[in-house]
Design a protein around this ligand. Sequence first.
Ligand code: C2O
Ligand code: CU
Ligand code: CU
Length: 476
Amino acid sequence: TTIDHYFYDESAYDYHDGGYVPLKVADAPTKPLTIPPLLKPDKQTANETWYTLTAQAGETQLLPGEKTKTWGYNGSLLGPIVHYERGKTYHLHLVNHLPELTTFHWHGLAIPGPIEDGGCHAPVYPGQSRDVSFKINQPAAFTWLHAHPCPETAAQVWHGLATGAIVTDQHEAKLPLPRNYGVDDIPLILQDRRFHENNQWDYRADYDPDGVAGPTPMINGTINPYFDVTTQKLRLRFLNGANRREWRLHFDDNRIMTQIAGDLSLLPQPIKLTKLMLTCAERAEVIVDFGDCKPGDVVTLYTDQTPLVQFWIHEFKPNHQELPTKLFDVPNPEVTPGLPIHHVTLDGMDEMVAMNGKKFQMDRIDYTMQKGQVQIWDIYNTNGKPGMIHPYHMHGTTFKVISRDGHAPLPTETGLKDTVAINPGEHVRIKVWFDVAGVFMYHCHIIEHEDGGMMAQLKVIDPADPNKEYPLLNHM
Ligand code: C2O
Ligand code: CU
Ligand code: CU
């Protein structure tokens, strides 16, 4: 069976919002899709790798005419893809060449907080740097890096401070999946922007407390991209890197996408779909088979009615290798006896957004948990109808979706997750556990909601060092 619908409440889709910005194809020629390079290590040994990431300002030729002033990592816009291998230790030199402070948040990595995690308590001031080290111990996944200086996260991501990070492990490496980066394994970072006079971005002019959006789709920092297909099968790693926009992905010919992975792991088994919705910060990996195409054909990926990427088909060798029916044993640890269910509410819209009735405060710990414990959390979207779909995200952990209003999770969310979309009025039950300690944020990933205060933080106590203090900032 092939899934042919998007699952979520149609009446809560972003295009029903009063401030919705419809997409429009830019008046610009098609361009080859930018494939971000893989980040080159400064140094490497068998078990350790050293990387440098510099946040910097620059200019990018996005549209014909004037270049756009943009921000990026090690370049003018977005950044290189960072490769992490499970079991290895990484040493990161994080440099800030911007005129304001920033942070380097590893969205989806289970690493200690709040410093390594890179949320708002780990600022790197202009002209300065910070060094962090951590070990990767989590399954293969497509994660990401973005700036997280509260409450300027949304503006900095809009300027371009975001990129992908691929975690690999020995299990995934043995599966018959495309993994020739840039050829048959490509990231698709989905964003949208508004170009003002002289092709410039203006975050403040476009500000909307329910999320900033623009009419022009931008994929890996490319406007109107095409990709040359030279293999029968392609692995697409989608990342919704937009501040607000949801993507409802489908091909013009209704071509099947076989989803193999969600945010933080492979799915237990591949699922076939023709429609895939991603809310902010969610990821999905799909395999697309072009075996029925001939050289010269063009297949186009859409969101709603708007084309995003053209796939130009060239000669390729036939590849009829089947996917295994079983991809991954999803960890599902037993709930720690005696722990109460923890309730979280996502409240309000516009400037009124809050979590459990309160706005985020940097020096307030809202909840405490122990490393190694496993707890049920119930996350409620208290918006009435009509209301918004809020993508709920947690730092430092991988969670498992247990149910939606008591019903089975969606087939697309049966792997490990770090972000889960919640319909208005709905509650989603998740199983939460931490393998690392520290202070971590959890929030709505409509980035303006996060900056607006629909966010809280918890302290995960290490039983081996229960009195450890974590220095928290109280302002940026
Ligand atoms: Cu993408 Cu607080 O994170
Ligand atoms: Cu995060
Ligand atoms: Cu929200």
